[in-house]
Design a protein around this ligand. Structure first.
Ligand code: IFM
Length: 465
């Protein structure tokens, strides 16, 4: 019998991000982020929702941390808001902003919960958008590194797990898209695909400079990772041909070839550069060395994937106009959770992990699932409970896929469920709930869902229950 038992030192956790939960957007010296501007622009976010109050975690963090302790997690991934720390993006450090995170982290330690801090989860200072167009400028990488130095030199005595940047694709490729309305802040439409790729190149530079800055500023030994939402190619069946097809397709799926490839291998995927042609970003001498910093781990945010199958056209060569694989579209009626892109593909989690080792050749890197979870149409029933069996079904399958990866020897060390509580889901506002804890946005009441109890039992027994 497979009891889906996890290793004794497996790290169970939960994740959130600053703009999605904190609220208090004008408190203690914080100035606007691009998400404040974007969400307050009519038509950008569903129902006109903004992060002005969100879950008011800024004022409720002690209650929230007590709930985390009740859940039994020992690891909490949250993010630090750049505009709380350096409200103008560059220049003076706002010590009151630092103090908030100091209080938060001290409270976590009091509850024996280890903090894992993401230094950037999309809420960049609006001042830098106004000054030079945020990620359109190389300046952004330098300013980010200075902000990181300010944070790590002040909080590095209490935080030793740092994550530089979350999901580069989302705030670059989705924030500046050429032909579609960008659903993400800053929502500036640039003229060419090359300019879009230039924004993600600048974000990679920011990651590299930030990694150097953390190592230089940390008063104690620390662990550093990048968090990426790789686009996972999944073989339709696990035959050698389809597995090879999934590995080849991984280069051109989403932005993999231009984000996770340079970050972990020191070069853009040749297949991608060939594919982009004149749209490839300008890469200055020394950039790839900066981007390809030694890391202690990689964080993968995996929710879904893309099925791939082999084409019967002989051996693979990326210069072929006909690749030896094909991406499969989803049939109408494919099961999904409550987001248009959230097709249920538990094995994407396993294949994402495997691609880092096999396709990118980084078997050496410890891995974390830094986000995985789902939105569901949660309702409070007549007994005042949220019985989200759909979320439990989803997580149970993904946990089993994680277990498979570990049992086959892949170095998965921990799993952070997204999300601890319902929150501001970007352009979907408060309409989509990802939490294990239900938030009543009228009165800021917290209500644990059935999935909270289920996850607590998994943690308690250290297996999938
Ligand atoms: O809510 C987001 C999070 O901020 C980044 N990763 C995906 C989540 C669900 O869409």
């Amino acid at each position: 019998m497979n009891s889906y038992k996890f290793p004794d030192d497996f790290m169970w956790g939960i994740a959130t991000a600053s703009y999605q939960i904190e609220g208090a957007t004008t408190e203690a010296g914080r100035k606007p982020s691009v998400w404040d501007t974007f969400s307050q622009t009519p038509g950008k976010v569903l129902h006109g929702d903004t992060g002005i109050i969100a879950c008011d975690h800024y004022h409720h963090y002690e209650t929230d941390i007590q709930l985390m302790a009740q859940l039994g997690v020992k690891h909490y991934r949250f993010s630090i808001a750049w505009p709380r720390i350096i409200p103008d993006g560059r220049g003076t450090v706002n010590e009151a902003g630092i103090d908030f995170y100091r209080r938060l982290v001290d409270c976590l330690h009091q509850h024996n919960i280890t903090p894992h801090a993401t230094l950037f989860h999309w809420d960049s200072p609006e001042a830098l958008e106004d000054l030079y167009g945020s990620w359109r400028s190389r300046e952004m990488a330098k300013d980010f590194a200075d902000y990181v130095t300010a944070v790590v030199s002040r909080l590095g005595d209490r935080i030793t797990n740092w994550m530089t940047i979350n999901e580069i694709t989302c705030f670059t490729h989705l924030g500046y898209a050429v032909n579609s309305d960008p659903p993400h802040a800053p929502g500036t439409r640039v003229d060419t695909n090359k300019e879009v790729w230039q924004t993600s190149h600048h974000a990679l530079l920011a990651h590299g400079l930030a990694t150097q800055a953390i190592r230089a500023a940390s008063p104690t030994p620390c662990l550093i990772s990048l968090v990426d939402n790789i686009s996972v190619t999944v073989p339709i069946s696990e035959t050698p041909e389809n597995i090879q097809a999934a590995q080849q397709a991984f280069h051109l799926c989403g932005q993999n070839g231009g984000i996770i490839f340079p970050a972990l291998t020191g070069r853009y995927s040749p297949a991608l550069l060939e594919h982009l042609g004149k749209d490839a970003p300008d890469i200055q001498a020394g950039d790839l060395e900066i981007i390809h910093q030694p890391l202690d781990a990689v964080g993968l945010n995996i929710y879904s994937g893309t099925y791939v199958q082999a084409r019967d056209n002989g051996s693979y060569d990326y210069r072929d106009r006909q690749p030896s694989y094909e991406f499969l579209s989803f049939p109408v009626g494919y099961p999904k959770m409550y987001m248009p892109w959230l097709n249920i593909i538990p094995e994407s989690l396993y294949w994402g992990i495997r691609h880092i080792g096999e396709t990118l050749g980084r078997q050496d890197l410890p891995l974390f699932i830094t986000e995985s979870g789902c939105a569901a149409q949660d309702e409070v029933n007549a007994q005042g409970k949220v019985i989200d069996t759909d979320r439990i079904m989803y997580l149970r399958q993904y946990f089993k896929a994680a277990h498979r990866a570990i049992s086959e020897g892949y170095p998965l060390k921990g799993y952070f469920v997204w999300s601890f509580m319902d929150n501001f889901e970007w352009s979907y506002g408060y309409d989509r709930r990802f939490g294990l804890v239900y938030i009543d946005y009228q009165n800021q009441q917290r209500l644990t869902k059935a999935s909270f109890d289920w996850y607590r039992e998994c943690i308690n027994q250290n297996r999938v229950v």
